[in-house]
Design a binder for this molecule. Structure first.
Ligand SMILES: [Zn+2]
Ligand SMILES: [Zn+2]
Length: 183
């Protein structure tokens, strides 16, 4: 296993949050905020109000930088984020989840917990020198982030939509290059 399960969950949540900002933006209403929270398997404080929505939307460029910058800059950002949030790593066991790390209290605002969890996840990624697992979608018109956990590091697109669009384009390009009839 490349990373612990809580690290993976935090990375997925951070990538999903950043990618929600790709057109069409899928984090614009309180219903979408609720859906995002539920989908990520989050527990703890969830105000579900406009302030929380605005906070999460504002986090997207911050997390994008954290997840795509170089290793040394990422380390600086992680340290600053953890210090600013007064992070205190604690092993916890709750609901059906076995021991994992919480570095911010469950009643801290969701935005602050996302920052802390993303930073804690990057602690693992930076130490393992696995930043190449994070990249920007290979689609020319998409800035979505890609989290590649595959063994052979083959994942290049942020979504099946982008992967399919490019597969179709590549197929058409090949057809155009193939001489027709009796060649
Ligand atoms: Zn937990
Ligand atoms: Zn994409």
């Amino acid at each position: 296993m490349l990373f612990a399960h809580d690290t993976l969950a935090a990375l997925r949540a951070a990538v999903d949050l950043v990618n929600s900002g790709e057109e069409p933006d899928t984090l614009t209403t309180l219903a979408e905020l609720d859906a995002w929270y539920a989908e990520q398997g989050y527990t703890g404080r969830h105000d579900g109000d406009e302030a929380e929505l605005a906070e999460l939307r504002a986090l997207r460029p911050v997390l994008r930088e954290l997840l795509t910058t170089d290793r040394d800059r990422a380390a600086e950002l992680v340290n600053a984020m953890l210090a600013e949030a007064d992070a205190l790593p604690q092993l916890v066991r709750h609901d059906e989840l076995d021991w994992h790390i919480h570095a911010a209290p469950a009643d801290a605002p969701l935005g602050r917990r996302i920052v802390v969890e993303s930073a804690m996840a990057m602690v693992d990624v930076i130490r393992a020198d696995e930043l190449s697992r994070l990249s920007v979608c290979a689609d020319d018109h998409c800035d979505g982030l890609v989290l590649d956990l595959s063994r052979n590091r083959s994942r290049r697109f942020c979504s099946t939509t982008c992967a399919n669009r490019n597969a179709v384009a590549a197929y058409r390009a090949r057809r155009r290059l193939t001489p027709r009839g009796g060649g």
